[in-house]
Unconditional design. Structure first.
Length: 199
């Protein structure tokens, strides 16, 4: 059994700490408040740490922060995290580039893929990113991966229009009649066998 850690800040009692923990929406803060309330009530460091879901050394660190800063010291500090790969200005340029689409003569592709954009980012901004990072950047810009089917540069729009105009749009009349008859046969309910025999 470890000895209880000492709390020098006496502005709140154990019951007040428990009340604050019950009203808090932060689960981590509530656990720390309850552990410190147990320490104030004279519980051992091991029991208080187990009740708060932490080890004894972690409880000791939280007690030190509580003695120095009060309840505000028990909240998690904001984490800076990894800096973004591209600046806001570069993100805007990337969005304009994706929306405009590639040029076959300059970029060598008819539609953007993540691997292509990865090379563009490395060439323009000298930043090496993974393909998944490119996908996340596009999602952050509000761009979805669904794209229209790429157009071949040598396709003939007039030939396509003529083909659509001359193609048949309706089924042959015999096929249409057979299809309608099959729908009519399968569309009605039949009477059960005992009802037919009753007649």
């Amino acid at each position: 059994m470890g000895r209880a850690v000492s709390i020098t800040r006496a502005e709140l009692s154990a019951s007040e700490l428990r009340r604050t923990a019950s009203r808090s929406e932060d689960g981590r803060l509530s656990c720390r408040l309850l552990a410190i309330a147990m320490v104030l009530e004279g519980a051992s460091r091991a029991d208080a740490a187990a009740a708060g879901g932490m080890d004894r050394q972690t409880l000791r660190d939280w007690v030190r922060r509580y003695n120095a800063e009060g309840i505000a010291g028990l909240s998690d500090q904001p984490r800076s995290g990894r800096p973004p790969a591209l600046s806001p200005q570069q993100m805007g340029e990337l969005k304009d580039l994706v929306v405009a689409g590639p040029e076959l003569q300059c970029d060598g592709v008819v539609r953007w893929r993540c691997v292509d954009l990865r090379e563009v980012i490395a060439r323009r901004y000298e930043v090496q990113v993974h393909e998944r990072t490119v996908s996340k950047l596009l999602h952050r810009l509000g761009l979805v991966r669904l794209q229209p089917r790429p157009r071949h540069p040598k396709q003939n729009a007039e030939a396509q229009a003529a083909f659509k105009k001359n193609s048949l749009r309706w089924l042959p009349s015999s096929c249409h009649r057979r299809h309608l008859a099959s729908r009519l046969r399968s569309g009605f309910r039949t009477k059960p066998e005992w009802a037919r025999r009753a007649r």
